[in-house]
Ligand binder design. Structure first.
Ligand code: M6R
Length: 369
């Protein structure tokens, strides 16, 4: 049932192009418009939404952090993303015009379930983004957009994450479409790029051998740091989470702009630091800033592992290891930049002799608070 792979995680990483394509299937029409009738929330209600709140845990929370950037950019609706376990206990401000999005692979995560129950009690509409048909979270929500990742067996979430991103992009773009924001042309262009993104994920998977080799060479390290900005920041957090749960290594993700506010003190000779570099196109200011960050940490001895777009030559002189990813629209970059981090963590776990599919102390779905 592992389809020839040693671990479910490897199989699930490999299934990502299909999972992404399946999650898009039937949701973009021939004219390039989104059709999300299955949402069952009338467009008239979506037009009235004045705040979006995303609640989730773990990897799904990282997808939510990226979704916030997409929703605010494409719809101009204020959006916040919060850990479900924190949200429930702080008396959040919600009303009938709040759309709460609960993201969960399993649909059974108790923290997320408690958060959505609380939101509904306050009159908010709840949309579940979920991978498990008929599970509790979609059953208790007003609407559901299913991710079509297929069953995810490995405890470490991979293909579910990519499909959560796709589903969230669809929601963000759809909200933009029904509300008609000034980003209409950009929305059409992104829908077009989204339709082709599965092929790009596949291309990334084909180039992973150097990443595996690099991971094996770091098997005796104690710490790996991850840096990113904008959409790259949640990707850095996700890379660190994967490494914690699989390799049992100390791993931390930081927003690169925070380096000088503390974390740079951690940099020492030969410390591996993974940097997720934003596209040099579009928000190029961020790109330049992160190139300076790479220079700063390298000057202090860090071993820089740089994930950057094809054609981004500015980073090359400062990268001890350069991992190339395809050119994508800025907000979609996590669909390709996360993949090397999954492979990296999986290979490190193997090299350290850990049980990849069943990491110690963890369960696939966390049904207690
Ligand atoms: O089933 P859910 O998406 O609600 O699960 C949320 C987290 O427990 C989950 O993403 C966890 O962080 C994974 N083990 C990460 O790989």
């Amino acid at each position: 049932e592992k389809g020839g792979y040693d671990y479910f995680m490897l199989k699930e990483i490999a299934e990502q192009p299909k999972a992404v394509a399946d999650t898009l299937l039937g949701r973009i029409d021939a004219a390039g418009s989104l059709t999300l009738d299955e949402l069952r929330i009338p467009d008239s209600v979506l037009r009235e939404v004045d705040k979006v709140v995303i609640v989730a845990c773990g990897t799904a929370y990282h997808a939510g952090m990226i979704a916030k950037l997409a929703i605010e950019h494409w719809t101009r609706i204020p959006c916040e993303t919060e850990l479900a376990s924190e949200f429930r206990y702080r008396d959040p401000i919600l009303d009938q015009r709040t759309l709460v999005i609960a993201i969960s692979q399993s649909g059974e995560t108790m923290d997320t379930l408690m958060a959505l129950r609380h939101a509904r009690e306050q009159g908010a509409k709840v949309l579940a983004v979920c991978n498990t048909n008929g599970s509790t979270i979609p059953r208790e929500s007003d609407a559901v957009l299913y991710t079509h990742a297929g069953p995810e067996v490995a405890v470490a979430s991979t293909k579910a994450f990519l499909t959560q991103l796709v589903a969230c992009y669809l929601v963000a773009l759809y909200l933009g479409q029904v509300r008609g924001t000034k980003w209409g042309d950009e929305i059409r262009a992104v829908v077009h790029d989204l339709a082709a993104i599965a092929t790009e994920v596949d291309r990334v998977l084909e180039t992973m051998e150097p990443v595996r080799e690099l991971a094996r060479s770091l098997a005796d390290k104690d710490t790996v740091l991850f840096l990113g900005r904008h959409v790259g920041y949640p990707v850095a957090l996700e890379g660190a989470l994967k490494l914690k749960e699989l390799a049992y290594m100390h791993a931390e993700g930081f927003a690169a702009g925070e380096l000088k506010h503390g974390p740079i003190a951690l940099i020492e000779e030969d410390l591996p630091v993974v940097v997720v570099v934003p596209s040099p196109r579009g928000r190029s200011v961020l790109h330049d800033k992160i190139v300076s960050n790479i220079q700063e940490i390298r000057a202090r001895g860090a071993r820089t592992i740089v994930i950057a777009e094809e054609g981004d030559e500015a980073v090359a002189p400062y990268a001890d290891h350069l991992i190339r990813i395809p050119v994508t629209p800025t907000l979609l970059q996590p669909l390709v930049s996360t993949v090397p981090l999954q492979v990296f963590a999986c290979e490190l776990a193997t090299a350290r002799g850990n049980e990849v599919d069943q990491p110690r102390n963890l369960a696939k779905s966390v049904t207690v608070e």
